[in-house]
Design a protein around this ligand. Structure first.
Ligand code: CP
Length: 313
């Protein structure tokens, strides 16, 4: 059976741990695995802009012995002229995997339903699971074992990052807290899914409007932009709505003294995070950005191995 990675809970706790362990090994020995040697090609499709995801997948696929085929919707027939299902049927005869950054999660699900090679979510409006593998790798590097650690995500609780934090941290047995204004709370089904996972992993889920309470005693404090891709016309309203949710020194003072600060980037200093926190000693954002490479390489190796079908390409 072909395995896909469309949302964080597509991996069991044991599978997530395997991928993080492999990522750490690939970080130590960058050319340890060559599953794409041939070279095989991986399609990497962008419907939205990207720096980190574009670079880390391109470099990572090359490290694994393969060739990245970077595509966009504007330059292909995909979407307007040809269905997602037909696009999947064309791609999977020629490539070893399909990596796609897009808008609706339903598009990724349709691609996966018609693809015989692994499909990877490189960010959708609902989830950003590749970022979370990198974030968990970073937390592990700085804090050790993940289970039992407390993470506070402060900002847009309805965002793809908040949703992925809920599912990925629950899978890892962590205590995840989301602090967001009332109008920006996480999707109720995602919260329920995270709670169900936590019940078996020993983690916990807290959703609040109180940013300071969420940060209190946290091992990790996280935020993301208040204005995600496609929301640019709402910027003024959103900046007003998120007043009081900036992660600044007063928020960090509530966290553990050894707490780390994380942000998936790009960051907007003076909005969701103050410059002194983003650029300060508790910030691990550059490790986090680098770890996209190692985590995604491990994910691709694992997906290719786990998928029963011989990969064409
Ligand atoms: N964090 C992240 O996904 O960065 P890019 O949008 O630059 O890919």
């Amino acid at each position: 059976m072909t395995r896909h990675f469309l949302r964080d809970d597509n991996l069991s706790p044991a599978e997530q741990a395997q991928i993080l362990d492999l990522a750490a090994r690939l970080k130590e020995d960058r050319f340890l695995a060559k599953p794409l040697q041939g070279p095989k090609t991986v399609a990497v499709i962008f419907d939205k802009t990207s720096t980190r995801t574009r670079v880390s997948f391109a470099v990572g696929i090359a490290d694994l012995g393969g060739v990245p085929l970077i595509m966009d919707a504007q330059g292909s027939q995909m979407g307007a002229k040809e269905s997602i299902a037909d696009t999947a049927r064309v791609l999977d005869r020629q490539v070893a995997a399909i990596v796609w950054r897009t808008f609706a999660q339903s598009g990724l699900e349709e691609m996966a339903a018609h693809s015989e090679v692994p499909v990877v979510n490189a960010l959708s409006d609902e989830f950003h699971p590749c970022q979370l593998l990198a974030d968990l790798l970073t937390i592990k590097e700085h804090k050790g074992e993940l289970a039992g650690l407390t993470v506070a995500f402060i900002g847009d609780g309805s965002s793809n990052m908040a949703h992925s934090y809920l599912l990925a941290c629950a899978t890892a047995g962590m205590n995840v807290r989301i602090a967001a204004p009332a109008a920006y709370q996480p999707d109720a089904q995602v919260v329920a899914d995270a709670q169900a996972i936590s019940a078996s992993t020993g983690g916990s889920v807290t959703v609040t409007q109180d940013a300071k309470a969420a940060a209190t005693g946290a091992d990790v404090v996280v935020t993301d932009t208040w204005v995600s891709m496609g929301q640019e016309d709402q910027k003024a309203q959103r900046v007003a709505d998120f007043a009081g949710y900036e992660v600044d020194a007063s928020i960090m003072a509530n966290a553990n003294a050894e707490a780390i600060f994380m942000h998936c980037l790009p960051a907007y200093r003076g909005y969701e995070v103050s410059a002194d926190v983003l650029d300060g000693p508790q910030s691990v954002i550059w490790d986090e950005a680098e770890n996209r490479l190692h985590a995604q390489k491990a994910l691709l190796v694992w997906l290719l191995q786990a998928s029963a079908r011989d990969v064409r390409g």
